[in-house]
Design a protein around this ligand. Structure first.
Ligand SMILES: Nc1ncnc2c1ncn2[C@@H]1O[C@H](COP(=O)(O)OP(=O)(O)OP(=O)(O)O)[C@@H](O)[C@H]1O
Ligand SMILES: [Mg+2]
Length: 438
């Protein structure tokens, strides 16, 4: 791990992958939507309209045929009726034809040429004019002339109309076929492009997914390595701290303690040899100072590393420490004790965890009372420090080392550390150490 590498966050890559995937989906949806709208327009506007129009054209065609038949019968010589008798039939056909024509005009395809429409209506109008003229002649008794009119003008006009309508029908058919081909082509194109889009989206999802998996794996490995390093470092720190404190404590106790004890006893001897004088009083004062300093040195030595832990065990050390803590902080401690046969490193870790928990009560909880419980359970030893103060709110901006060190010590003990919330509020720190682990 010699090279310090500038880490690149995978967020940018992931965001790009996500944006590409989303963009592909949005584009694909918009495109499909547009194609469907186009298809619907084609179907509605062209094919449906064409069909309706063709139906009306067939109706017109039918009417024209009826007219043709009627005119053929009028010309046939075996008809017993005068020509004017046909007038009402012509009228009926005319009404139906007008109706069909106006409906046809409404549904006729947009692309129908204006000239075609005009041609049809003008021709029809001319045809009816000729019909009326023919009936007028018939009613005036000019039967022969009327027949000649039918033969020479009306039949030709009817045939021309019929041809025009037939042409329109053919046109409708052609445009319907054309629309069907266009629709089939759109379907083909959409199908091809849908597969293209799907493929591209799948590839984008696959690449993004693989990138996520890869960067997750890399991150996980690095986090695990960092966590191991941090843990090793914390353990190293804790053990260095303990050995330094133990060394200082011993030095204070043994070296300074012995020197001060020696000074004290030398002063005592000197005192005895001196005759009564002011000097004796002064010597006594110096002796008192030496004695006081000796006590302070011993207290400091205990505070740095309770030698008591090794000599008298955790239980006695706590019995000494808790009243000291009470005196120093003014926090009332309620102690529930139990025998704990733990010594050595285990004892110092437990002692430090309880010490830090109590220091935190004093510094952060605002409580005036705390409970320290030691329990000997079948599976584990349990150590608890409870307060009913402000409650545990880990700060994100300023990270203390206390809780971190507590956790590391719990791990060194093979146990667990929990921060719980008692029903009365405040904080309950629980250290559980499995029997046999410490
Ligand atoms: N008993 C408690 N009541 C309320 N808050 C607490 C208690 N114990 C810990 N905390 C919160 O947890 C935070 C972290 O505690 P920690 O012991 O890690 O840091 P610290 O006490 O601020 O600094 P130090 O490194 O000196 O211990 C504290 O800042 C405090 O906000
Ligand atoms: Mg702390």
């Amino acid at each position: 791990m010699g090279v310090v590498r500038k880490d690149r966050s995978p967020t940018l890559g992931l965001t790009i992958g996500l944006v590409i995937t989303l963009a592909a989906v949005v584009l694909y949806s918009a495109y499909t939507g547009r194609q469907i709208t186009a298809l619907r327009a084609l179907q509605n506007d062209l094919i449906d309209r064409d069909r309706k129009d063709s139906l009306e054209l067939l109706r017109i065609q039918n009417d024209l045929n009826s007219l043709a038949l009627a005119m053929r019968d009028m010309l046939a010589n075996d008809e017993p009726y005068p020509l004017a008798a046909w007038s009402s039939q012509f009228q009926r056909i005319r009404t139906d034809l007008d109706d069909a024509l106006s409906t046809e005009e409404q549904v006729s395809p947009h692309d129908r040429a204006v000239e075609q429409r005009q041609y049809l209506s003008t021709s029809l109008a001319q045809f009816w004019d000729a019909v009326e003229r023919m009936f007028a002649m018939a009613r005036a008794g000019k039967e022969q002339e009327a027949r000649a009119q039918i033969r020479m003008s009306l039949q030709a006009r009817q045939a021309a109309l019929s041809t025009a309508v037939a042409r329109l029908l053919v046109q409708n058919n052609e445009s319907e076929e054309e629309a069907t081909v266009r629709i089939a082509r759109i379907y083909d194109r959409v199908e091809r492009q849908v597969y293209g889009f799907l493929g591209a989206t799948l590839i984008a999802i696959l690449i993004t997914g693989m990138y996520v998996i890869r960067s997750n794996r890399v991150l996980f490995v690095r986090v695990a390595a960092l966590s191991r390093q941090r843990s090793d470092l914390a353990r190293e720190l804790i053990s260095t701290q303990e050995s330094t404190l133990r060394y200082l404590s011993r030095e204070l106790h043994d070296e300074f303690g012995q020197v001060l004890t020696a000074i004290g006893s030398m002063l005592a001897r000197a005192n005895k040899r001196l005759p009564d004088s002011d000097l004796r009083v002064e010597l006594q004062e110096v002796r008192d100072i030496a004695q006081n300093t000796l006590e302070k040195v011993r207290t400091l030595s205990q505070a740095l590393h309770p030698v008591m832990l090794e000599e008298a065990g955790l239980e006695h050390t706590l019995e000494w420490y808790l009243p000291t803590f009470e005196r120093q902080t003014g926090i009332k401690i309620r102690y529930e004790k139990a025998p704990i046969p733990i010594d050595g490193n285990g004892a110092i870790h437990i002692y430090r965890v309880l010490q830090e928990a109590l220091n935190n009560v004093a510094r952060h909880s605002g409580a005036t009372e705390a409970w320290v419980r030691v329990r000997s359970l079948p599976q584990e030893w349990r150590f608890e420090v409870e307060d009913h103060g402000s409650g545990f709110r880990p700060q994100t901006d300023k990270q203390g080392m206390g809780v971190v060190a507590m956790r590391e010590r719990a791990e060194l003990l093979g146990g667990t550390l929990q921060f719980l919330k008692p029903s009365e509020g405040g904080t309950l720190v629980r250290l559980s150490v499995p029997r046999g682990a410490a």
